[in-house]
Design a protein around this ligand. Structure first.
Ligand code: A2P
Length: 321
């Protein structure tokens, strides 16, 4: 059976299966969090840019007050948006998330993207709204992230959507090394090289969109037709063999290679089904067949940062591919 808790380099532990909250909309997020905690989820992945932290905070507060869980049992992540990379903005931004989430510390805080935007910009529409990394280096933001640990606002810090090159820049400059790299990862985007690089450097990988993001918005996957991972016939066959759902096989694939995974759902039956995936062991034959499915296909291309000709940030510059 895959590990239920993954040890970070600093000794803290992250529950391998967490709940994603990206696209948990207003009016849905509260019930989803209360339900997930009752089902046993302890790891909840949030971000200020998802625009639902206040509602999630209400659910966390009520779950704790009503005795469903204690703060210490929970592992709560949030992320620094790209418009707050300036060192002076980092602390006030985590404090904003803490206020919304009604917590006095986070378990994990991530730099959301290796992209710097002017303060107040959510998604850029012109080049003027961007800041080149030569002017505001990722390492400068990282040092401000390290101070948050010293200030006891967060226990562990990490990065998200970084490639090997910018992860190594952080590792070279860090006093506190990143504990986690959060990336899109599933059988169509296995990222073996990046995954192995993280393993060698004692960084745990968290997989977002582990189901292939079936509820995705066209902004995030601009291609007209994209392959539906949940409908893949090999995944379906393996699911039948284990008498589980395709979603459970996809989650189990990440957990079986030692990643954390954060499938998103707001539906009680799916929350329950997804959570049960933490007990599924895939055999060598399953792993071999799934290894052959890699398409290097991204559902979340990052191209929403691309403002057109001359853009500093594009899918190519972000992934370095
Ligand atoms: P919903 O919230 O309505 O359940 P990902 O984590 O890869 O981004 O996928 C999240 C999407 O997958 C959401 O649209 C979610 O919808 C849907 N989803 C979550 N769990 C399952 C499941 N077990 N089977 C099918 N779809 C699921």
């Amino acid at each position: 059976m895959p590990k239920q808790l993954l040890k970070l380099h600093n000794g803290h532990e992250i529950p391998a299966l967490g709940l994603g909250t990206w696209q948990s909309t207003e009016g849905e997020a509260y019930d989803a969090i209360r339900c997930a905690i009752k089902l046993g989820y302890r790891h909840i992945d949030c971000a200020s840019v998802y625009n639902n932290e206040a509602e999630i905070g209400d659910a966390l507060k009520d779950a704790i007050t009503e005795g469903d869980v204690t703060r210490e049992e929970l592992f709560i992540t949030s992320k620094l948006w790209c418009d707050a990379h300036a060192a002076k903005d980092v602390k006030p931004t985590i404090e904003g998330s803490l206020q919304h989430l009604k917590l006095d510390y986070l378990d994990l805080y991530l730099m959301h993207w290796p992209v710097a935007l002017k303060h107040g910009i959510h998604i850029p529409s012109t080049i003027d709204e961007m800041i080149p990394l030569s002017k505001l280096p990722l390492t400068e933001t990282w040092h401000a992230m390290e101070k948050l640990v010293d200030d006891n606002l967060v226990k562990s810090i990490g990065i998200s959507n970084f490639n090997i090159k910018n992860t190594s820049e952080i590792l070279d400059a860090a006093t506190i090394k990143p504990a986690i790299l959060q990336i899109e990862a599933h059988p169509y985007l296995q990222q073996a090289e990046l995954f192995n690089y993280c393993t060698q450097n004692d960084i745990i990988v968290t997989a977002y969109s582990p189901l292939g993001s079936p509820g995705r918005n066209a902004v995030f996957t601009p291609q007209e037709s994209s392959p539906e991972l949940l409908d893949n016939p090999v995944i379906k066959e393996i699911a039948e063999k284990h008498d589980v759902s395709s979603a459970q096989i996809l989650i189990a694939w990440n957990l079986n290679r030692g990643s954390a995974a954060i499938p998103k759902s707001t539906k009680p039956d799916r929350l329950k089904n997804n959570f049960a995936a933490r007990n599924i062991t895939l055999d060598q034959d399953d792993l071999k067949r799934i290894a052959e499915l890699d398409l290097h296909y991204r559902y979340c291309t990052g191209d929403f940062f691309n403002t057109g000709p001359g853009s500093i940030y594009t899918a190519e510059t972000i992934w370095g591919e």
